[in-house]
Design a binder for this molecule. Sequence first.
Ligand code: GLN
Length: 555
Amino acid sequence: MSAKYVFVTGGVVSSLGKGLAAASIGCLLESRGLRVNLMKFDPYLNVDPGTMSPFQHGEVFVTDDGAETDLDLGHYERFTHAPLSRDNNLTTGRIYEQIILKERRGDYLGKTVQVIPHVTNEIKNAMRKVSANGADVTIVEIGGTVGDIESLPFLEAIRQMRQELGRENTVFVHLTLVPWIAAAQELKTKPTQHSVKELLSIGIQADILLCRADVNLSREIKQKIAAFCNVEERAVIGATTVPSIYQVPLNFAEEGLDGLILKYLHKEAPEADLSRWKDLAHRYANPKDEVKIGIVGKYVEYEDSYKSLKEALTHGALAENLKLNITWIESEGLESESPDDRSYESQLEGFDGILVPGGFGKRGIEGMLNAIRYAREKHVPYFGICLGMQTACIEFARNVCGLKEANSSEFDPSTPHRVIYKLRELLGVEEMGGTMRLGAWTCILTPETLASKIYNNETEISERHRHRYEFNREYEALLTGAGLRISGTTPDATYVEIVEIPGHPFFIGCQFHPEFKSKPLEPHPLFHSFIAASYKNRQTDSAKQVANKTTSARS
Ligand code: GLN
């Protein structure tokens, strides 16, 4: 049986949610019992997003095999069970890197190396490799917007794929914008027409149009778009703005998108069972209460840099039928003038739980330490992820164990107490430029700990990493003697993976990034339990307030 592909391109403007659209198509096909795989081509020249600024690029998503990828792969994983690896996200930079390597090796036997066929062949091979991984349907997202110079080789490659595989094995889905023009009180189809024409000029006739619009598309609008863009009327799919992203697959299903894709691909599959997605959307729309989480970090003004984190917290909240209320707190604003200056506390009051996420560099660290101290002392649920675990250990060493100068060698290379350090640095091993501990690592949980309880008494788990620094086990005896508990390590006990404080309602720091493995239908246990603990704290707090009011009314 021949491999089948859905190619997703975008037109008119960027940021229309192409990644989410691709992920939702994957979700629908998977709900019909098909095995899907998804991949993304990014037209920029960086080899991977690992070193790109979070301001420009948003979050760096990490797969099990340790690839640093585009955040759209996060959507793919949250909406499907596709097995993603470094093969599933390729940039122009990576493609050229491979080609130049081959050229230097003499693989091209002295022939002239050109965009067509060499670059396009490399792109097509990458698609075939992913599809050969057992997928019934492979969904390929082409980053950027049609009309960009840098997307051309990718579009040419998918055009050739259609030529080679035929109509019954390939579908072109194009995402466009149908803007509402207030002055005319009308939806405008012209940008869509232009975008489809642009695609056609490079030999690709779109089969299905996903039309992003703030209001529903009327029958007339659909007919007009169909007529001008040369697609079936039912292939004009309204991709209306929805209250939550979990609604997107449901909306597409209502518009008949999955059935149409399967028809074009000549593929039979049972009807989709979307009951769990419907239940999720229902819970999103009907929360029993809210939970307020304060996230203390850097780059908080740019939420895309913490995409998976926000999603994972939402999954936890949905599992408890709560509305998630996040406040992003810039940690630099929590720094204090002197050790006795606690004026920052007013900014931390009223949160049911506090979280310090991953991050790099010295800026804002002192503010994070203050936030952690507050959470530890006031018994507010605390969840520290990666940097948030490292800072939790530093805070504990400083304020509980009295090592006032405790630090990470990342922030102060000459600190006398490097509680957090690079292991290889200590061993005198030469460090390569940006070497990080990346991807999936096994962690052994200590029985009878909060962590073990959260993971349902499992003894061995696997979580994803992206960091350079580690907990320094030379300080273990001192810290654990003062009440910190190590609740997870690597199997060889080299690396500390989880710490907690017994007796605190919820104080957990983990060296890995659990947010990368949370799915809406399979919320990660750490996020779920953090939200549950935070909500419990909220209820205790409101009970206290009621009690206080009653007492003051009586007195
Ligand atoms: N900067 C820290 C390190 O490199 C933490 C990294 C992170 O939070 N992802 O170890």
